[in-house]
Design a binder for this molecule. Structure first.
Ligand SMILES: *Cc1c(COP(=O)(O)O)cnc(C)c1O
Length: 391
């Protein structure tokens, strides 16, 4: 086995594509900013800084005291504890849906949900930039797959026409993200909803990066546009702006009942730790408070500040700013240069993004100081400048 694996690993290394787990980074934005030795983190998805929020940590401590550390079994055997039900109630109330179902991760959510609803006789139509969990879930379903170029409504409609004609009895599922994870732009959700309705398809929207960030109470793009009631399957993760871990589906009671009976990643996996559900509940409930409103305002102020010094990145639509570099080696070099200057900004390479579209992915948090954002943009400009010149 050594030989079979070492050669390909070396090839990855030569292409600047070999990954390694890095030493733990300081993720505390505030602490990092007070310590000249520490890196300032511009790579986390913890947009609101909730992963280090004391009241959420307190919810975990209390739940561990009460329920212990493990759920003990899957939700359907005896791993279903009060915090799971509380989380699902809070999620449904927050998103304005009949019901919710919590999974152990966003990845497990997509992998369990899509094959529960769609089979080999059906059709799944995906945006080209959809996250790996949606692609993997679609593949696992065995359905015919059709991909449309990113946010291209004409091509989506062509696929819908084709699917309706060729597979008149089939279920057709359209899937998209709302804020795209690596590009930070938005799906044209209202137009997608109109199209899927015209062709009698179902729509699944992954709000992983929009939940907590967009909408009056952070409910996501569906909330911001008032479209929640017209989307069959809304999914998201508790691991990004919510600062916890786990994934979820929100939708009709019938959908959730179906998934409880069919979703293999729910049925054959131990329930999330009760303390994990309790932290997520605290985070979800917080989203509708005045404090959350203010924190989101702070996030958007920071996003605007970054954009002001980085006008290439059009108007701010999200806290994700892709700085396109192109080339694995160049992208890594820029990321390392920023590390040396005290900033962590991850280099994103194939297969996370298409070849030639390698980039630094800057994520802005409500916790960043104006000063650190300004210093980052200066370091970023200087770094990009050196890429053009002689090495
Ligand atoms: C991170 C992410 C997921 C997976 O969520 P986890 O809870 O981290 O497994 C799903 N979809 C998108 C778009 C993501 O960015």
């Amino acid at each position: 086995m050594q030989e079979a694996l070492e050669g390909p690993l070396l090839a990855l290394e030569n292409d600047s594509l070999r990954r390694a787990l890095r030493a733990p980074l300081l993720r505390a934005y505030s602490a990092a900013e007070g310590d000249p030795e520490a890196l300032i983190n511009f790579g986390s998805n913890d947009y609101l800084g909730l992963a280090e929020e004391p009241f959420i940590a307190q919810a975990a401590i209390e739940a561990v005291g009460r329920y212990g550390t493990g759920a003990g079994a899957s939700r359907l055997i005896c791993g279903n504890h009060a915090p799971h039900a509380a989380l699902e109630e809070a999620l449904a109330a927050w998103k304005g849906t009949e019901a919710a179902l919590a999974f152990s991760s966003g990845y497990a959510t997509a992998l369990g949900t899509i094959p529960s609803l769609i089979g080999p006789q059906d059709v799944v139509i995906l945006d080209k930039l959809c996250h790996a969990c949606i692609i993997d879930g679609a593949r696992l379903s065995g359905a015919v797959l059709r991909i449309f170029p990113h946010n291209n409504l004409d091509r989506l409609e062509t696929h819908l026409q084709w699917a309706r004609k060729r597979h008149p009895k089939a279920r057709i599922l359209v899937a998209t993200e709302s804020i795209f994870s690596m590009d930070g732009d938005l799906a044209p959700l209202a137009a997608i909803v109109a199209l899927k309705e015209r062709y009698g398809a179902w729509l699944m929207v992954d709000e992983a990066h929009a939940a907590g960030v967009l909408g009056a109470t952070g409910g996501g793009l569906a909330q911001a546009l008032g479209l929640g009631g017209r989307i069959e399957i809304q999914m998201g993760t508790l691991s990004k702006a919510l600062g916890c871990s786990g994934g979820y589906i929100v939708g009709s009671r019938t959908l959730v009942d179906w998934l409880i009976n069919k979703a293999r990643s729910l049925i054959f996996s131990t329930a999330p730790a009760p303390a994990s559900a309790a932290t997520a509940t605290a985070s979800v409930r917080w989203m509708s408070t005045e404090a959350a409103h203010e924190r989101r305002a702070l996030l958007w102020t920071n996003v605007a500040l970054f954009q002001k010094t980085w006008p290439e990145l059009a108007a701010a639509q999200s806290p994700i700013a892709p700085v396109l570099v192109g080339g694995n080696e160049e992208t890594l070099r820029l990321s390392k240069r920023l590390l040396a200057a005290g900033f962590f900004v991850p280099a994103i390479r194939y297969p996370t993004v298409p070849r030639g579209r390698e980039r630094l992915r800057v994520t802005i948090s409500a916790r960043h100081s104006a000063d650190s954002i300004q210093r980052l943009t200066v370091a970023l400009r200087a770094g990009l400048g050196t890429l053009d010149g002689p090495q």
